[in-house]
Design a protein. Structure first.
Length: 225
């Protein structure tokens, strides 16, 4: 990846982490952009910031523990104050595609419990319409062929995600179907339709969940609300 995009991720992450306050419960996102945020939170914790983290994946949980961020069980609290997470695509209406790293299920649960959901991104993630990035759909393995047929009826050409010739298995033991919808002109309608397919556990369309996107841009940040 171009070094300027990596710098944009870091700048966006640091701007978001500056918003975290003492005593907050903080959702910890997943992916290469969120990793910059987790590291920046760990630095602030070392300097005395008192927070409790809720990781959105096993990978993030492991990283947070290694970096000394105290964690809390999500089922011991009602709301998460702030979550900082990445995205694969975002629009100016704050619709997102997430799940490129396979973590969309816990990410969406955490986002749904979060008061202030902050998305951090480099400028390559900013799109006019979602859909160039294939939409990740998390599916019970038993249902994968059925779900692919239903996705096709909605205009999405899906394949089961593979890693080293084997299906990619999520933290919860499911598979991911990456569905090519080309251009998603109505993300809310598509989200509703996907929610109605039996066998779909969750999908990577996030609508109405983000309060703001902080995008790295020309050495600073651009904010979308
Ligand atoms: O499942 C992964 C997450 O939704 C990530 O936040 C998303 O894929 C963006 O990842 P990255 O920051 O590595 O581009």
């Amino acid at each position: 990846m171009a070094t300027d995009l990596i710098a944009e991720k870091r700048i966006a992450a640091e701007a978001a982490v500056a918003m975290v306050k003492d005593a907050q419960v903080v959702g910890l996102g997943t992916g290469s952009t969120a990793e910059f945020a987790v590291k920046a939170i760990a630095e602030r914790v070392k300097q005395g910031l008192q927070i409790k983290g809720i990781p959105t994946s096993d990978n993030t949980a492991q990283m947070a523990r290694q970096l000394g961020i105290p964690l809390i069980d999500i089922n011991s609290i009602d709301t998460i104050d702030i979550t900082i997470d990445g995205a694969d695509e975002f629009t100016e209406q704050l619709h997102l595609i997430k799940g490129g790293g396979g973590a969309l299920l816990k990410e969406k649960i955490v986002a749904s419990k979060t008061t202030q959901q902050i998305i951090i991104a480099d400028s390559s993630k900013h799109v006019a319409f979602l859909g160039k990035f294939k939409l990740p759909v998390e599916v019970i393995p038993f249902a994968s062929r059925y779900v692919m047929a239903q996705l096709a009826k909605l205009g999405g050409d899906g394949v089961v995600r593979q890693v080293n010739g084997q299906p990619f298995i999520t933290d919860e033991g499911n598979v991911i179907i990456d569905a090519d919808f080309k251009k998603i002109s109505d993300p809310v309608a598509l989200s509703d339709a996907l929610n109605g397919i039996v066998g779909v556990v969750e999908h990577g369309l996030f609508t109405g969940l983000a309060q703001q996107v902080i995008m790295g841009h020309e050495g600073g940040v651009k904010i979308f609300r």
